[in-house]
Design a protein around this ligand. Structure first.
Ligand code: ATP
Ligand code: MG
Length: 439
């Protein structure tokens, strides 16, 4: 079934009849790009996640194209094309909301100890624009299962790195010497966790072994790039698995140091389960096609340190709302210096925090005001998680759940009932205080 040619670099070629990728599964826009490159006389392949996921019978997140056309040449073929990237230049062909990424074949740069200024002294690749052949392009990719090429000429799949064998056995294997490949680009450690978690693959032992010792290399990665990677780890339906793997490989500590330190402790004999529950609920939302936001994700990831700091500040006399605000103001700048969080997400994240103490105030018109708050929904979802984690009374979350499902008339009745109940409670408490001997 394989047509082997006689050079060490010759690929296995899997004919159309011997694999399950059909053009009907490829987006029309990706096909358009593939065909236009080909009719202009360029090499034209689909590569990466598109090929991998279709071979696995999964729906690809996006489609990537590889070609021997230079970015300017791709640009000349498509009106809707932008050239992006400094580290390496890529062409983005835009169709409405879909972007097809077109990458020119590249060779990997030898990280040998020469004076090449494209490398830092830790042999990280800083510039990566050496164009190459299809074969070279296959070997500079990260994992074998990501280096399969779907040829638009005859619909065959080309495999230079035995990726198909790994795909069939569910193995995630780095191409080349793992330490070298992680040093070249430490983000590959996060990508290893991402693909292992998403695909349910087992990392090959040689791919897994260097991660713990090299985890600290992530400290050199720009915060903005880490932010992007974190969204890909946590907002695509396998976040809980990714979180567990990140912890297992010592990577979570490099990204969320304060949260990680707390996760290693117990509180009153209980392990901290809030993040796991938050991620499980985020996964459920993603898999039900409900919207998720980085603001909520980061609110969950940073909650433990913010909450603990706020408790300390409260004992020093701050009101709960102010304590949460001050705690967030302390913790966020440190965190952002490691993993970026754009302001458009940081602002609603802090609002989610600040609304939490207001859920406890159920008398008078306060609940109505809170219900009308633009961030109510996210803050309420956050409250539900806190209740599930045993941090607030389940009754409180239930009350706020019910009040949203009752219509306005009943609602006002319910609110005044609560107001009366609250007054009764206060009176009772006052009476008890008066009758309990103090000292
Ligand atoms: P996804 O389903 O998340 O899109 P993907 O495999 O397509 O997964 P992309 O980030 O879209 O991942 O990258 C496309 C391809 O580019 C990868 O499959 C891989 O071949 C190559 N690639 C991406 N990032 C790296 C990297 N850091 N080092 C080496 N190759 C990479
Ligand atoms: Mg992709």
């Amino acid at each position: 079934m394989y047509l082997q040619e006689n050079s060490p670099l010759s690929p296995k070629i899997i004919a159309r009849a011997d694999h399950n990728i059909s053009r009907a599964q490829i987006s029309e826009n990706a096909l358009k790009v593939l065909y236009r490159l080909r009719s202009a006389g360029y090499a034209s392949y689909m590569v990466g996640g598109g090929v991998r996921d279709l071979l696995l019978g999964r729906e690809p997140k996006d489609f990537d194209v590889a070609t021997d056309a230079r970015p300017e040449q791709v640009h000349a073929l498509f009106r809707n094309c932008r050239i992006i990237g400094r580290r390496f230049r890529l062409a983005h062909v835009q169709f409405g909301r879909e972007i097809i990424e077109v990458a020119t074949f590249r060779a990997s740069q030898e990280p040998a100890g020469d004076q090449d200024d494209a490398h830092t002294d830790t042999s990280r690749i800083m510039r990566d624009n050496t164009y190459g052949t299809l074969e070279q392009d296959a070997f500079r990719r990260d994992f074998t299962v990501n280096a399969l090429y779907y040829d638009i000429r005859d619909f065959s799949v080309r495999d230079y790195v035995d990726g198909l064998t790994d795909l069939r056995s569910g193995t995630l294997r780095l191409i080349g010497e793992p330490h070298t490949r992680y040093r070249e680009d430490p983000v590959r450690m996060l990508r290893a966790v991402r693909f292992a978690s998403k695909l349910g693959f087992r990392m090959h032992p040689d791919t897994a072994a260097p991660i713990v010792p090299l985890a600290a290399l992530l400290d050199d990665i720009p915060p903005a790039r880490l932010f992007e990677e974190i969204l890909k780890l946590f907002l695509y339906g396998f976040g809980l698995q990714a979180f567990e793997n990140l912890r297992h490989y010592g990577l979570f500590a490099r990204l969320f140091a304060r949260t990680d330190a707390i996760l290693d402790t117990e509180e009153q004999g209980f392990p901290h389960t809030f993040i796991a529950q938050a991620l499980a609920s985020t996964d459920a939302r993603v898999n039900a096609d409900k919207p998720v936001t980085p603001a909520f994700l980061f609110a969950a990831l940073l909650w433990e340190p913010v909450r603990q700091r706020a408790m300390v500040l409260e004992t020093q006399g701050l009101h709960p709302g102010d304590a949460i605000r001050s705690a967030a103001d302390e913790i966020l700048p440190q965190q952002i210096s490691r993993v970026a969080l754009p302001r458009r997400f940081a602002t609603p994240m802090i609002e989610i925090y600040q609304l939490q103490p207001r859920f406890a105030q159920r008398d008078g018109k306060r609940p109505l005001r809170l219900l009308a708050h633009p961030r109510f929904r996210a803050a309420y979802d956050f409250l539900v998680l806190r209740a599930a984690a045993g941090e607030v009374e389940p009754e409180l979350a239930r009350w706020w759940t019910e009040i949203q499902t009752t219509d306005a008339a009943v609602e006002s009745g319910m609110l005044s009932a609560v107001t009366h109940a609250a007054r009764r409670r206060t009176r009772r408490r006052r009476r008890r205080r008066e009758t309990t001997p103090s000292g």
